[in-house]
Write a protein that binds this ligand. Sequence first.
Ligand SMILES: Cc1cc2nc3c(=O)[nH]c(=O)nc-3n(C[C@H](O)[C@H](O)[C@H](O)COP(=O)(O)OP(=O)(O)OC[C@H]3O[C@@H](n4cnc5c(N)ncnc54)[C@H](O)[C@@H]3O)c2cc1C
Length: 553
Amino acid sequence: MSKPALLIVDDDPQVLAAVRRDLRSRYREDYTVMSAGSGGQALSTADELKKRGESLAMMISDERMPGMLGHEVLARSREMYPLARRVLLTAYSDIDAAVKAINEAHIDHYLSKPWDPPEERLYPVVDDLLDDWQAARPSEAKGLRLIGHQWSPRSHVIKDFLASSLIPYRWMDFARDADARGLLDAVGVGDGELPVLVFEDGSVLRDPQPRQVAQRLGKSLSASFDVYDLVIVGAGPAGLAAAVYGASEGLRTLLLDRHAPGGQAGSSSRIENYLGFPTGVTGSDLTRRALAQAQRLGAEFLAPLEVTRVSVEAGYKRLTFGDGRELVTRTMLAATGMIYREHPAAGMAEHMGAGVYYGAATTEAAACAGRRVFVIGGGNSAGQGAMHLARFAEQVDIVIRRDSLRETMSHYLIDQIGKTRNIRLFTRTDIARVEGDGHLERVALTSLDDGTCRVEQADALFVFIGTRPHSEWLPRDVLRDDKAFVLTGRDLIAAEAYLRIWKETREPLLLETSVPGVFAAGDVRAGAMNRVASAVGEGSMMVRLAHEYLALT
Ligand SMILES: Cc1cc2nc3c(=O)[nH]c(=O)nc-3n(C[C@H](O)[C@H](O)[C@H](O)COP(=O)(O)OP(=O)(O)OC[C@H]3O[C@@H](n4cnc5c(N)ncnc54)[C@H](O)[C@@H]3O)c2cc1C
């Protein structure tokens, strides 16, 4: 297999030669640096590469070119190479135009000319984007392969675990992938034992649990110490931020998650409003970066590991895990976020993982190619999910109870949805029931205006409605509001049970719960803002408060 390509497009031969020289000097070991003098030539080069089955990792195009503007070239290349990173090269005076083109052309970055010195202004950007591309590209056939049935809930669990854990693998649908049967025969597994995970050395795991997969992939599920300064439960944005700050400020820090890193944000196909990412960032890229940062600074990370119980002895918090093991910590952060509420329609529970999914749009999107899918919900997560699914599915229908998306979804997403030809919106509608033989095949939709019901064919349905906090695992003394969100800081003082439970002579610290030294941050906390940035802010703040608490004890 030849090296992946980096393709530079510019009509100015001098600029073209300069970018080529700089890229070659750093990347020629791992990439083939190619160049084109016009948009048309670039697209035919990409087409040639595609026909030869070769990879394109990045296209860098100048904006001002006769015939076709750079952002148009980049947008058109997306059809051939959806995962290739796209960079627009602009003159300083064209930056406004470049920013406007970001949404239309899905550009990953813009670079203004000149880019000297490349060590500061070119290579860090290209390094980052190539890392993202490496993480997103499908693994080579020789890597990890998962063979299963598309509509099997057990296959979905393993797919979701591998994707959320940022482990590259190739999915082989037993019914559709011609190579699946041959591979099963080669490794001596019957089709009654699916899903099967086939490792590079030919060894297999039959119908595994996520824990077995993690163990087989060499991920540790045991903590290195018996006592920690800070244990963070939940590795969404709040937990990841706390891990970065905890470890960097010298606390012995353990981060754990019952599923995988990233939390809700990890399932987002594109977060567009997080500071510092002008072209947006996928949830998996943000997670990968944050986890690498936390681990580099010294935080330990374990997943999948669920905390089922917490008790407090002489100020120390004793955490019990799902497998019965225990450890002790001086401070603890509950950063366990929220999950979607189960939809009450008949048939939903039976089809969970077999066509009905809660969130999970990024895990299942590719399998929806050419299919008809439904999205229930009118919030930003539903909007992002619908936009992502529309890249693969034949038709995406959003179902909402309200008469418009105006009050529940950001303006930019409503605009994007309005411009996407294969997304429709069904307002004042609800799902009455779902049906199918072994997997979802039909949904019955009810009109909230006249009560009429119609049945539509459906291959998959993604639920993004209502959320409930993950707070049931916390000790009873951690006060919660009537919806089970955790009370912290000054909100606690107003709670009826506060005086009965809080025995300290001081008031609770800002993010402290009613159990001293137990903090809460992010979506699990009453009054949280339900945003990536606010969860990150609270997780970061909490470490300073943990220091304050430790100084008091
Ligand atoms: C699809 C989608 C798109 C979104 N897009 C945006 C966006 O564009 N911009 C934006 O600002 N916000 C967005 N949000 C909202 C944002 O993702 C959340 O506000 C944010 O993730 C909350 O972070 P958190 O760390 O508090 O909790 P979460 O992200 O919910 O993470 C909690 C973690 O805790 C783990 N956990 C739960 N219970 C336990 C337990 N007992 N033991 C161990 N681990 C446990 C869970 O597995 C999970 O990983 C989006 C949300 C979704 C679902």
